[in-house]
Design a protein around this ligand. Sequence first.
Ligand SMILES: [Zn+2]
Ligand SMILES: [Zn+2]
Length: 392
Amino acid sequence: MDEILEMTINEMPMAEFDCSCGRRHVFPVHDISIRPGAIEDLPAMAEPFKGSKVLVVFDNNTYEVAGRRAVELLRGAGFDVKELLFDCGDDILIPDEATLGRIVQNQDLDCGLMVAVGSGVINDSVKFVTSRTGLPYIVVGTAPSMDGYVADGAPIFMQGRKYSPQAHLTYGLVGDTDVLATAPQDLVQAGFGDVVGKITAIADWDLAVKANGDYRCDTCVTLVRRALDACFERADGLPRRDPEALGALMEALTMTGVAMALVNISRPASGAEHMLSHYWEMDSIARGENPNHHGIQVGVATPVIARFFELLADELPEGTGALCPPHAEIEALLRRGGAPASPVEIGIGRDLFRSSLLEGHTVRPRYSILRFALERGRLEEVADAITEELYG
Ligand SMILES: [Zn+2]
Ligand SMILES: [Zn+2]
């Protein structure tokens, strides 16, 4: 029982075990390699698909940091490789009809595997297309920027609107910490913010179990908590690109994905802090502006949600409040990791901030501290108090 707790992350692929939560869990990713020089493991990971063509997808940035090497290694090992470059210069690649369509057009009939070299958009686009065309894909991560490497959702655009259809899990993940060390600092901040968000996600999950009768898996919580602790211990190393700190960050992002895949819900990764982040993002898109990175928004939303737990402490179920550290501690943690710590710092205006607190619970039908405050008739009072504290 709970055998997964004895494994390192690189040992977890295809794990299957009876869990103390009463369910049998399966982790259906075939291969993970997170280590310095992990890109060298790509040909062995792709070996089962050697008889067919491999389409390797990258943009001009990810080509330089890992794409060229990936192609070299595969060709050197005798693979039939086709390359697809999105040459977008300094522009941001959007995962829309044009991008997804171009990947489909480059999938030849004899293609048996795709390799996505990138983090956000390249990963999401290849993940979505392969889920629809029925091919496996391997992702070579280039930035520890989000927890979507091992996740089956793919946020993409249709007719200008962002949505997140279900796709599928990757066949394998290459997390080369030498490559991750070259990621732009804002992407590292984003990944760290997304990891910090798991603090309130876990507190919210506990609240949903006790106040709303939701299901919980303690083994998953333990997996995530341990990865968070390892990452937070090394947070000081992130601003100076310490490889161990980056590896621990990548591992925490991936471990969240493992936990989500085991329970088939995003509870281990996402609570009310994500609702605020999505609310702010939708507002930016509606105004035609580029939103902040997902994880940067999640990071600054986390101490805000911690304030909810503090202000509602007298009404919380026993033990829930103890899962959420004080907001000042979370802010200090974000700063240690070199990330912004307050919505004011990232340009969220007072009115948007206040309405996000009041309406964030409508973003998705999931029980959280926001709904708890609403049910107790205290949402407005708490929202006003927090807005006043942050914006004066
Ligand atoms: Zn997230
Ligand atoms: Zn379980």
